[in-house]
Write a protein that binds this ligand. Structure first.
Ligand code: NAG
Ligand code: NAG
Length: 228
């Protein structure tokens, strides 16, 4: 068990994205508030029933396996200070059912939850998505969607807020061996051009494996991802 104080100290030391965490660390932060989880350099949260197992392996690497039952879900991945940054990831991602491989974070004023979704098996949003624009970042093509969440958990407690989603084009999406470079500034600027600005980055952003049950669609799979 890594103490939360140690996690925060590690998070503050990250410049800008390399993660030097002890290897083989496995712990649950399920009991922590969302705001607390967003300050850590490693996110590991589950809900509902199913088997979820994730390990942080040091150097920004993590691995997960999951088999969710009805109502079950998880989010796990590597975090670092949020903002305009270039993030590289590579590894294996083998999902079945709903979930994403994505960069994810929050801003305040306005309160926004944002995602840059690189891969998935089943895209099954909890709320309807509205297409706002299409844009490119380097040679990658994305669609930009927004959704409204009403009275849902946020870093400020239960609130109503907007979610922003960049979603890699279906044709470019890969499963199995995955790798890529995300320039977050390209996304933030594209969202702003479409009329959707972000607020202040106050906490970490994460490159996560997220999996969740949506009705009868259950998630299972494995991932091993290194973020740098
Ligand atoms: C499940 O996904 C569908 C779209 O595939 C969506 O309309 C529905 O709201 C989702 N339900 C939940 C509980 O997430
Ligand atoms: C924008 O992205 C959506 C979703 O991938 C796609 O259906 C649509 O054709 C795209 N539009 C353009 C102009 O590329």
């Amino acid at each position: 068990m890594v103490s939360f104080t140690a996690l925060v100290a590690t998070a503050l030391a990250l410049v800008p994205s390399a993660v030097s965490a002890p290897s083989g660390v496995e712990y649950s932060s399920t009991h922590n508030s969302l705001a607390t989880r967003q300050n850590a350099p490693w996110q590991w949260w589950t809900e509902g029933s199913g088997q979820f197992s994730c390990q942080q392996q040091g150097g920004g690497k993590y691995s997960c396996s999951w088999n969710g039952q009805q109502g079950g879900g998880m989010v796990a991945g590597t975090g670092w200070g949020a903002g305009r940054k270039t993030v590289r990831y590579q590894g294996q991602y083998n999902p079945k059912g709903p979930g994403y491989l994505s960069l994810y974070g929050w801003t305040r004023n306005p309160l926004i939850e944002y995602y840059i979704i690189e891969s998935w098996d089943v895209l099954a949003p909890g709320e309807p998505w509205t297409l706002r624009s299409n844009f490119t970042s380097g040679s990658a093509n994305y669609a930009f969607y927004t959704a409204q969440r009403v009275n849902k958990p946020s870093i400020e407690g239960t609130r109503t807020f907007t979610q922003y989603f960049s979603v890699r084009s279906e044709a470019e999406k890969k499963v199995g061996d995955v790798s890529g470079t995300i320039n977050t500034a390209d996304h933030f600027d594209a969202w702003s051009r479409a009329g959707y600005r972000l607020g202040n980055f106050e906490q970490n952003m994460f490159f996560v494996t997220e999996a969740f049950a949506n009705g009868t669609k259950l998630p299972s799979g494995t991932s091993t991802i290194t973020v740098s």
